[in-house]
Design a protein around this ligand. Structure first.
Ligand SMILES: NC(=O)c1ccc[n+]([C@@H]2O[C@H](COP(=O)([O-])OP(=O)(O)OC[C@H]3O[C@@H](n4cnc5c(N)ncnc54)[C@H](OP(=O)(O)O)[C@@H]3O)[C@@H](O)[C@H]2O)c1
Length: 329
């Protein structure tokens, strides 16, 4: 069963890697056809994430996949791993036309009005969650949940995290704050004064153990923390190792930096591990439910029309975001 839908659509394509100007708006792209196990979704909103601009620059697994598949076949690629919208055609019984759905879709193709998505990674959006929030959520929500599960935080532990106002960070922070009472954990943040003030709009700052303003040119305090959640990497990540106790744990989200941080933390025998999120419909459903119940708030910094995707990339690339940037189809 299907709703009616056109054969062509608007989308943002790339035919080469590079700066944001390689993103081209096209209104004559073919709407993809359905294979078994797939669902065709009319996308309402697509989140953009740092992995998108890294892929556009030709970096990482996303770019490798484009090289091996689309570019090797002389085809353009459509970026975008996050989406929420409405089912228009389906090959599986669990999803039917009219269903509101969201997914983290590592096959890409979400900077478009329509995309086919594997039903295994698709989840229904609860009534109480709007599609803009659902479209902004998949990558950051899945990552925040899976990273906290991976970190296996024990009762009473002191956790330090960086970039608590960014896409992943602002959800991770709320999940940690929600665990303070149950687990008795302590939380210290590493961020700018501007972001520290802004996150007071979605958490009670008095619940925090402390805050480090990394923009001051001073050494970080030796907090003897049990765990560092490093959402920044690079020199900032190395500097932040000072807060962790000897033998403590470090989870590095920009996982490309894990080996360097491991070397930098060797004298303190730090257990440093990179973490990589994976699409998972149950994890996304769990985070959508937390939003529906008011336990989490997803902050939308800005919404751009599809045709202005290059501007949206440039805004995210400044590294200064407060919450999420979203594309509206
Ligand atoms: N491995 C995975 O599966 C996975 C999944 C998702 C994301 N990631 C990676 O994780 C990182 C974070 O993702 P995101 O979506 O949250 O990024 P984002 O939204 O771009 O994060 C921006 C935030 O970073 C903060 N920041 C920048 N430099 C900082 C520094 N030196 N110290 C502390 N905070 C700093 C900024 O606030 P200030 O004003 O405080 O600077 C800003 O709020 C990215 O590198 C992304 O590629 C990895």
């Amino acid at each position: 069963m299907s709703s009616t839908y056109p054969q062509t659509q608007s989308a943002i394509i790339i035919t080469e890697f590079g700066e944001a100007d390689v993103l081209q708006y096209r209104s004559d792209m073919v709407v993809p056809s359905l294979d078994t196990g797939m669902v065709l979704v009319k996308i309402a909103y697509a989140g953009i994430n740092p992995v998108d601009y890294k892929t556009r620059q030709g970096l990482g697994w996303g770019a490798q996949s484009i090289k091996d598949n689309q570019f090797a076949a002389n085809q353009p690629a459509i970026l975008g791993f996050d989406m929420a919208g409405e089912v228009v055609d389906s090959t599986v019984a669990d999803f039917k036309p009219g269903d509101k759905v969201a997914a983290l879709n590592f096959q890409g193709g979400c900077y478009a009005q329509y995309n086919t998505v594997d039903a295994q990674v698709l989840t229904k959006v609860p009534e109480a969650v709007d599609l803009k929030t659902a479209g902004a959520l998949p990558c950051v929500g899945t990552t925040a949940k899976q990273m906290i599960d991976f970190a296996d935080i024990k009762p009473g532990e002191h956790v330090v995290m960086s970039a608590p106002a960014g896409g992943v960070g602002h959800l991770t922070l709320q999940m940690l704050v929600n665990a303070i009472e149950e687990k008795g954990i302590k939380i210290t943040l590493i961020c700018s004064a501007e972001k520290y003030q802004k996150i007071g709009s979605f958490i009670d700052l008095s619940k925090l153990e402390g805050w480090i303003d990394y923009t001051k040119q001073e050494a970080f305090p030796e907090l003897e923390a049990d765990l560092l959640l490093d959402l920044v990497g690079g020199e900032a990540g190395k500097k932040a190792l000072a807060v962790v106790k000897t033998g403590g744990r470090v989870v590095v989200l920009p996982s490309i930096w894990a080996d360097e941080l491991k070397k930098a933390g060797a004298d303190k025998q730090l257990q440093v591990e990179g973490f990589i999120a994976k699409p998972n419909a149950q994890d996304l459903a769990a985070v959508l439910n937390q939003i529906a119940q008011g336990k989490l708030v997803l902050q939308i910094q800005d919404t751009y029309p599809l045709a202005k995707t290059a501007d949206a990339h440039q805004a995210l690339e400044t590294g200064d975001s407060f919450g999420k940037i979203v594309l509206e189809m």
